[in-house]
Design a protein around this ligand. Structure first.
Ligand code: BV8
Ligand code: ZN
Length: 242
């Protein structure tokens, strides 16, 4: 299945860039597939600050629904294969667009959440982190300043967290193997990363059941579900290293 086994044999620093597709087999709907989240709501309608200011209750409810979905979900063989990867190469940087916390729950030790997390919240005004109890009635208010509490995700039109973005760019520039898994490669600036890896001369493998805007630039495209492909891929990598 893998054309360039010498790349795998010498891989020491691997970047694993993931999107909603890697959580699909954990039962979490992706964004842009026909049954995806955005099929019912448009991102502009809900995943942005204006929607929240216009109707905090509605947006809050939607995020609470999604938080409950992800808290009930469990990491799938795709997430677990990435944890296994840490035993085979020197360093794995997981750069995720996902907000479901599943890489961390699976046991990955270096995870950068470019788009924040459904499990984190903060005050809209003073930015104080807020620990959710789960039995809030409606949108909670900041105990410090009374401001509205918002989900700790990056909304459209908002900048990505500086530290995570810098780590992501640094990891992309310094890796020797870049895996792009389960992303439609549409949302920027995150979608720049696989293209940056190509420009930097890295070996880039894309794993996705469908081709994307990026596929033609990848060194290798593996068609399939990450929960099925990744365990086999990691085995091949382990053998290539023997
Ligand atoms: C910003 C958190 C600067 C919230 C998210 C026009 C052109 C270019 C850019 C723009 C533009 N207009 C606006 C922009 C900028 C905008 C953007 O990129 N828009 C896109 C839609 C065009 N970006 C931003 O606004 C970003 N900020 O630019 O700041 C700035 C500042 C001020 C003013 C302007 C700009 C912020 C982007 C972050 C938004 N937040 N999430 C929430 O979750 O509610 S984005 C959201 O999309 C998720 O994070 C998600 O991860 C992300 C990307 O989607 P994917 O993960 O790729 O998921 P998708 O469903 O699309 O694809 C799933 C894939 O999995 C598919 O390919 C499928 O085939 C595959 N799959 C399915 N099953 C499996 C599988 N793969 C493997 N195994 C399977 N089993
Ligand atoms: Zn506050």
């Amino acid at each position: 299945m893998i054309a360039a086994s010498e790349v795998l044999a010498n891989a020491s620093r691997v970047v694993v860039f993931t999107g909603a597709g890697i959580s699909q087999e954990s039962g979490i709907a992706t964004f842009r597939s026909p049954d995806g989240i955005w099929a019912k709501f448009k991102p502009e309608e809900l995943a942005n600050i204006n929607a929240f200011m216009a109707n905090p209750e509605r947006v809050w409810e939607w995020y609470e629904y999604r938080r409950n979905v992800v808290e009930d979900a469990v990491p799938n063989p795709g997430h677990l294969a990435i944890v296994e990867l840490e035993k085979i190469v020197d360093r794995v940087d997981v750069i995720t667009q996902n907000v479901d916390g599943l890489h961390t729950r699976a046991g990955s030790s270096r995870v950068y959440e470019l788009h924040g997390s459904l499990l984190k919240h903060r005050c809209l005004d003073c930015e104080t982190p807020y620990e959710i109890s789960g039995d809030e009635e409606g949108v909670p208010h900041c105990p410090k300043c009374g401001g509205l509490i918002r989900p700790g995700v990056v909304w459209f039109g908002e900048d990505l967290p500086e530290y995570e973005w810098e780590r992501a760019v640094d990891a992309t520039i310094n890796c020797d193997l870049f895996l792009s898994i389960g992303t439609s490669t549409i949302v920027y600036p995150a979608a720049q990363l696989p293209f940056m890896a190509v420009r930097e001369g890295k070996y880039v493998i894309e794993i996705n059941p469908e081709r994307t805007d990026f596929t033609r630039y990848a060194d290798l495209y593996i068609e399939g579900k990450s929960g099925e492909v990744l365990p086999k891929f990691i085995e091949e990598l382990r053998n290539a290293k023997k």
